[in-house]
Design a protein. Structure first.
Length: 184
C-alpha cells in the first residue's frame, strides 16, 4: 500500500513538473512573439514614413536613383515578408539603405536645408532609437526562451511538444556593419 502511494506521488510530481515546464515554455514563446510584435510595430511606423522621405529626396534622384530604389525595394520586401526570419533579413537590408540615404544630406547642401527632409529624418531617428531598444528587449527575451528550451529537463518537454528556438535579431551581412561612406 505504501509503495502504491509513493508511486502515485512520484507520478504526480513528474506530471506537475511537466506541466510547470510546459507552461514556462509557452510563457517564454509568448514573450518572444510579443517582443517581435513590438519591433514590427515600430518598423511599420518607420516604413510608413519612407515614402514621404523618398518624395522629399526625389529632386536628387538623378544622382542617387540607385539609393532610392534600394530603400523602396527593401521596404517592399519587408512588407511582404511573413516569418520573423524573413523580416529580420529584410530589416537588415533597409537599415543599410536608410543609412546611405541619410548620408546624402552631407553631399547636397540644399537637401540639408530642406525642413521637410530634416523633420522626417528626425522622426526616423527617434523611431530608430525605439527600434534599437525593441531589438534589445527582443534579443533578451529570445535568449531567455532559447535557454529555457535547451536546458534540462525543459529540453525534454520542448522536444515533446515542438518548441523551437527563435532567431535573434542580428546583422548577418558584414557590409551593413560598416560605416556608411558616400563618394562622388
Amino acid at each position: 500500500m505504501i509503495a502504491v502511494i509513493v508511486i502515485l506521488l512520484v507520478i504526480a510530481f513528474i506530471v506537475m513538473l511537466f506541466v510547470g515546464v510546459y507552461n514556462k515554455l509557452v510563457k517564454g514563446r509568448n514573450f518572444v512573439e510579443e517582443a517581435f510584435s513590438t519591433i514590427d510595430a515600430y518598423l511599420k511606423k518607420r516604413y510608413d514614413l519612407i515614402p514621404n522621405l523618398v518624395s522629399t529626396v526625389k529632386g536628387y534622384k538623378d544622382y542617387e536613383g540607385e539609393t532610392l530604389e534600394r530603400v523602396i525595394a527593401a521596404r517592399n520586401r519587408y512588407m511582404s515578408a511573413t516569418t520573423p526570419s524573413e523580416k529580420i533579413e529584410n530589416e537588415n537590408m533597409i537599415s543599410g539603405a536608410l543609412g546611405k540615404l541619410f548620408a546624402l544630406k552631407e553631399a547636397y547642401p540644399e537637401l540639408k536645408a530642406n525642413q521637410n527632409f530634416m523633420k522626417l529624418q528626425d522622426e526616423l531617428s527617434n523611431i530608430e532609437t525605439d527600434i534599437l531598444q525593441s531589438r534589445k528587449y527582443y534579443n533578451g527575451t529570445v535568449r531567455n526562451y532559447n535557454t529555457s528550451c535547451e536546458t534540462f529537463p525543459n529540453v525534454i518537454v520542448a522536444n515533446m511538444f515542438g518548441f523551437k528556438k527563435s532567431p535573434f535579431f542580428k546583422i548577418e551581412n558584414q557590409e551593413e556593419k560598416k560605416n556608411v561612406k558616400v563618394e562622388f
